[in-house]
Design a protein around this ligand. Structure first.
Ligand code: G3H
Ligand code: ZN
Length: 281
């Protein structure tokens, strides 16, 4: 069932549970999220990043249409989100591609330019019925909030939300993008402090590097949306490598894509189970 991100976010925010958001690249990723959500009975957000769109020649429609179709046909509650959108051309395709939310990412700009660009993006998105996530860049300068070592200041975060009108805020509390080991340590006390200052749901990026118990603790301290991408690709690529190593003459992609999809499904199901509220399964 294709749901609206705003509803899944509101439900998770109100109940204090986390909502996992998985970055998809191939149709196998999409099917793996749908299958895992159905298996666990947990909702999920399927997200397509601007980088993934670039991989398909800049056209969001093929992957977005496949995601919307898979969600509409299945029983699992899934929403479609566009992630790390820097290009306003892509922002303006959010509604027509079936997504109900977008992360507008102007965090590489200086703070004041980020605020102005994000405010304009949020106004456009709200006029089109969309839910908007954004992120604050490194305090006082350039660089992503998810670069290693960067941390979100709670008061700056509150000001950013008030001045831009965004519906959710990505914050930097210790995770960083594209980690292939689960060794990130989060500042849980900082999550609590940001939670107290910021009235909208908080988003953790780079969650692949965070162990499941820490993700659970992050939700308990006030995090709502948990973005996971690299973990799926680690499972996908490991499965493909194993199959190809055993069958060097193999040429049918289905012979390695099926195990890759199955491996991602198990990985996603583990994440969904780890983030489920206690006593919900
Ligand atoms: O926006 C996407 C996420 O932040 C995913 O990050 O690939 O490090 O899990 P990750
Ligand atoms: Zn991210």
């Amino acid at each position: 069932m294709l749901c609206r991100s705003a509803d899944l976010m509101a439900e998770a925010h109100a109940s204090g549970s986390g909502i996992a958001a998985f970055n998809v690249i191939t149709l196998e990723h999409v099917q793996a999220v749908a299958d895992a959500a159905e298996r666990t009975g947990r909702p999920a957000i399927v997200q397509i990043s601007q980088n993934a769109v670039r991989h398909y020649g800049g056209d969001v429609m093929p992957l977005a249409a496949a995601t919307a179709a898979a969600a509409t046909r299945g029983r699992a509650r899934l929403a479609l989100h566009l992630d790390h959108v820097e290009d306003t051309g892509l922002l303006h395709r959010t509604a027509e591609c079936g997504a109900s939310s977008v992360m507008f990412d102007a965090s590489r700009l200086g703070d004041e330019e980020n605020i102005a660009a994000t405010r304009a993006a949020a106004r456009w998105a709200h006029d089109h019925g969309l839910f908007v996530e954004a992120e604050l860049g490194e305090i006082g300068g350039k660089g992503s909030a998810h670069d290693p070592g960067v941390r979100t200041d709670p008061k700056e975060a509150a000001r950013f939300v008030a001045e831009t009108g965004v519906d959710a805020l990505a914050v930097a509390v210790g995770s960083s993008h594209a980690m292939v080991s689960r060794t990130a340590q989060l500042n849980l006390e900082l999550i609590s402090r940001i939670r107290r200052e910021v009235p909208v749901p908080l988003v953790l990026h780079g969650s692949s590097g965070v162990p499941h118990p820490t993700l659970r603790a992050a939700v308990e301290h006030g995090m709502t949306k948990i973005n996971i991408g690299t973990l799926l690709n680690v499972a996908f690529t490991r499965a493909v490598r194993e199959v190809l190593a055993e069958g060097p003459d193999l040429v049918d992609p289905r012979r390695y894509l099926a195990p890759a999809r199955a491996a991602m499904t198990d990985t996603i199901a583990d994440c969904l189970t780890a983030l489920a509220p206690p006593g919900s399964s």
